[in-house]
Structures are given as C-alpha cells and as structure tokens.
Design a protein around this ligand. Structure first.
Ligand SMILES: C[S@@+](CC[C@H](N)C(=O)[O-])C[C@H]1O[C@@H](n2cnc3c(N)ncnc32)[C@H](O)[C@@H]1O
Length: 252
C-alpha cells in the first residue's frame, strides 16, 4: 500500500524533472570514473527520471538496468535514453525490496536518495547487497537524521494527511512564506536550477515515506554484512545540499 503511494507520488513530483547532466556527472565522478565502470553491469536502484543511468551508460558501462516504481518517472527516463541514443540501458518497473534478479548479478549497485523512501530501508539495502557481485561496489545516498529532523517530520506528517488535491496549493503557500528564509540561508541549488521552490517543498514535505538515519548506523550495517567502506561523505554536496550522507562500500 505504502509502496503504491510512493510510486504515485513520484508519478507527479520529479516525474518530468531531469537534473542537469554536467552537474550530475561531476558529482558522479567523485565516486566513479569511466575506467572503473568500463564493461561493468550496473543497477541504478530507484533511477527516477534516469540521469545516473544515462551517466553510467554514457561512460562506458556494459549494461545499465534502471529500476523504479514510478511509471511516470520511467517514461521520462525512456525519453532521455532516446535523446542520448544509448542502447546499453534498460529501464523497468521493479520494487527494490523484491528484486527479480539473481544473487551476485551486478558489478555496481547505485542507489541515490532512494532506500529511505521504501517501507524498509535496511531491507532494501540487504536486497541491493544480495544482487551485488563479490568485489563489487555499493553506493548509497541516504537522508541524515539531525537535531531538527523531528520538526521536518512534524510538518511532513501533517502535510501528507491533507487531501491530495490541496497539495499543489499548500506547497505554493509554503513557498511564499519560506522564500525569504531560503534566500537568506541557502544558495540556490546548482543542479536543481529550473525547479521552483514549491516543487522542492512538495518533494520534501509531501512524500508519503521518508526515513532518516545516523551515518554510523548505516556504516555499521554495511560492515556487519562484510562490506568495507571506501568513501564516505558526511554531506552529499549534490544540489548543494547537506540532507544526505553517502557511502561507497565494497563487498568482500
Ligand atoms: C528522490 S528520487 C531519486 C531519483 C534518482 N535516484 C536521482 O537521484 O535522480 C527517489 C526515487 O526512488 C523511487 N523509489 C521509491 N521506493 C522505491 C522502491 N521500493 N523500489 C524502486 N524505486 C523506488 C521513487 O519512485 C523515486 O523515483
């Protein structure tokens, strides 16, 4: 049920939004290079509108499988694939909690900002670990729990209870009041330019499922499952944001 709600949500929010290619590739390059992914099989779990699948495919991956539960996002991803004229990508509708892939199938599993939108984020990570080959790398960007998480959650839990048809209007009202705060405290997000503040608010405060973690907990979980951390960022830096932390970890 919740999963369906998340899928429907991303059929509306982000469904046509494609983050900028150059900015996204710069961010991707902090973790992978064309040399490292050459001839490798990639799973982009929760690919959304597909920008990172495109980047992997364009940088020489053998085959990229982008999966998501939002049909709307996958449709946009298909258009993007056509635009880039790439034939080493497959986009399909799948749930990352129950992947239809055999054990140790992929060389690299990439999940940017996705496991925390599932009903069971640690279960999702386990499933991603299962389909990853020994010696392969798992990439995770996950929402960070902070001292003010409870305030964001209070707002989000209130907002998701309002009737769906009011969401666009409510996000516009919130954007009106929050605009000066955002202007003072935050530079406009580079690779998200083109997106209106009300759209960011919709993504932030109206998403049906959202979990937050302490980085140490995710690190411990990875290490307990035989993974070695290769790279950790306390703040992802993508979109100039500090809301996600990142781990790149290798399976031993
Ligand atoms: C914030 S978007 C991130 C999209 C993309 N990874 C990116 O960074 O551009 C989160 C995505 O996770 C997807 N998602 C959430 N739960 C999922 C699940 N159980 N299985 C597959 N995809 C899921 C959503 O539909 C949405 O497209």
């Amino acid at each position: 049920m919740n999963k369906e709600k998340v899928g429907r949500f991303y059929d509306i929010v982000w469904t046509e939004y494609i983050p900028e290619y150059e900015e996204s590739e710069k961010h991707w390059n902090m973790f992978y290079s064309a040399g490292e992914i050459h001839d490798k099989t990639i799973l982009d779990a929760g690919c959304g509108t597909g920008i990172f699948s495109i980047i992997f495919a364009n940088n020489g991956a053998k085959k990229v499988t982008g999966i998501d539960i939002s049909e709307g996002s996958l449709e946009t991803a298909q258009h993007l694939k056509k635009k880039f004229n790439l034939d080493n990508i497959e986009f399909r509708k799948e749930d990352m909690l129950m992947l239809p892939f055999s054990d140790e199938q992929f060389d690299i599993v990439w999940a940017w900002g996705t496991v925390h939108h599932t009903t069971d984020p640690l279960g999702a990570i386990k499933e991603l670990m299962r389909v990853l080959k020994k010696g392969g790398s798992l990439f995770l960007a996950v929402y960070k729990r902070t001292k003010v998480t409870w305030i964001h959650e209070l707002i989000r839990k209130t907002m998701v209870r309002t009737p769906r048809k009011m969401w666009t209007g409510l996000s516009k009202i919130m954007a009106f009041f929050l605009a000066p705060v955002v202007f003072i405290f935050k530079k406009r997000e580079k690779s998200r330019k083109g997106e209106k503040l009300e759209e960011l608010i919709l993504d932030w405060y109206f998403v049906p499922i959202r979990h937050y973690y302490y980085p140490e907990k995710v690190q411990q979980f990875l290490e307990n499952h035989g993974f070695k951390i290769e790279k950790h960022l306390a703040h992802s830096g993508r979109f100039n944001s500090s809301s996600n932390f990142i781990y790149k970890a290798r399976k031993y």
